[in-house]
Design a protein around this ligand. Structure first.
Ligand code: ADP
Ligand code: ADP
Ligand code: ZN
Length: 213
């Protein structure tokens, strides 16, 4: 089962991808997490990616494509995967389709988590992330058991640099311009589905599970 999660920044792609990953036993591949790990480890890729991410801009396709294609070739991807945050541009989607075609396969489901821009800004200000394991929390909608500590691994949670209100608005603009056209792209491929992302996360997950049957 090969799944692409679509939706604005903060729509809940990562939250849902994590739940799908647990239920179906396939890896969640988040390009944002991969870039952030590279920044933490001070790799060359991380240094290049950081300046774009801090400004709320997309990392250029040249830096993103090979990374994903290599990741998909790893053993744990043989039964499928959930792509969370990739593709984000039409050229990325085309490159993915091309890479899969050469292995005689394709994306089975593209799932758009729909949330209006107004809700997004509110969500982002309350998002807290675990730099240790990638888990995501919300101070109001999904708080950790003990204040500011990850339930899964005990690491102290952080607020992402790019979750500040000004940067969020920039990321939303970029989303509408560069990423939203992917909905039409996957519709034409016949695998486009959407869910109402404003509902509580367990309800959104139920809707997704119905689609994945
Ligand atoms: P969000 O949780 O808002 O969807 P991500 O963690 O997926 O954010 O991505 C954070 C940042 O990393 C993006 O704003 C962008 O700069 C960069 N990024 C992540 N994935 C991609 C991609 N597929 N192409 C280009 N840039 C990306
Ligand atoms: P994305 O990966 O699309 O950027 P996240 O999964 O990180 O989004 O979610 C963004 C923020 O909103 C997080 O703080 C998360 O806990 C919270 N969140 C996710 N889904 C919901 C939901 N259905 N209702 C309320 N808050 C949610
Ligand atoms: Zn953690």
């Amino acid at each position: 089962m090969k799944i692409v999660m679509l939706g604005a920044p903060g729509a809940g792609k990562g939250t849902q991808a994590r739940m799908i990953s647990e239920k179906y036993g396939i890896p969640q591949i988040s390009t944002g997490d991969i870039f952030r790990a590279n920044i933490r480890n001070q790799t060359e890729l991380g240094q290049k990616a950081k300046s774009y991410m801090d400004q709320g801009l997309l990392v250029p396709d040249e830096l993103t494509l090979d990374l994903v294609v290599d990741r998909l070739a790893q053993d744990d991807c043989s039964n499928g995967y959930i792509l969370d945050g990739f593709p984000r541009t039409i050229p990325q989607a085309e490159a993915l389709t091309f890479a899969l075609k050469s292995q005689k396969t394709k994306i089975d489901y593209a799932i758009d988590v729909e949330v209006p821009d107004d809700n997004i800004v509110q969500r982002m200000s309350g998002r807290r992330a675990c730099p240790g394991c990638g888990a995501t929390y919300h101070i109001r909608y999904n708080p950790p058991v003990s204040d500011n500590i990850c339930d899964e691994c005990g690491t102290e949670l952080i607020q992402r640099e790019d979750d500040k209100a000004e940067t969020v608005q920039k990321r939303l603009d970029v989303y509408h311009k560069k990423t939203q056209p992917l909905i039409e792209y996957y519709r034409e491929q016949g695998c486009m589905y959407s869910v109402d992302g404003t509902r509580p996360m367990e309800d959104v997950f139920e809707d997704i599970c119905k689609i994945l049957k």
